[in-house]
Design a protein around this ligand. Sequence first.
Ligand code: CMP
Length: 138
Amino acid sequence: TGNRTFTMIKPDAVENGHIGAILEKITGAGFNIVAMKYTQLSRRDAQEFYAIHKERPFFGELVEFMTRGPIVAAILEKDNAVDDFRALIGATNPAEAAEGTIRKLFATSIGENAVHGSDSDENAGIEGAFHFSGREVF
Ligand code: CMP
């Protein structure tokens, strides 16, 4: 459905104590949390979730990073959710992220960039279904 996106608060942001501040930014921007869990990705989970990047030079580093500690996974609902959420989080590289964006505020590097946001409605559906069963979405 076009009004949902999927996000993860990544291990760096969890380690740095930013879960609460990031959730506040998300709900403050008008997103409704329709599913959420605190969890940790296995290596297999991360390899499958990021399969599209498996030929990239940073793939190994990405899997190491995303599995090194817990994450918060969530499905968010809002009109125009995918595009509005990408605007809220800012550019992949925090050095290029706009003022006030979640990555500008909380990310440390291009790899350890605090949050994930789906890049299309199709991927939002796939990524949400990867993490949540129907009974976990409200
Ligand atoms: P995201 O866009 O959520 O999903 C793909 C991730 O790969 C991206 O966030 C970064 O965490 C990571 N990534 C992208 N480019 C690089 C890079 N050049 N070096 C390391 N990690 C990267």
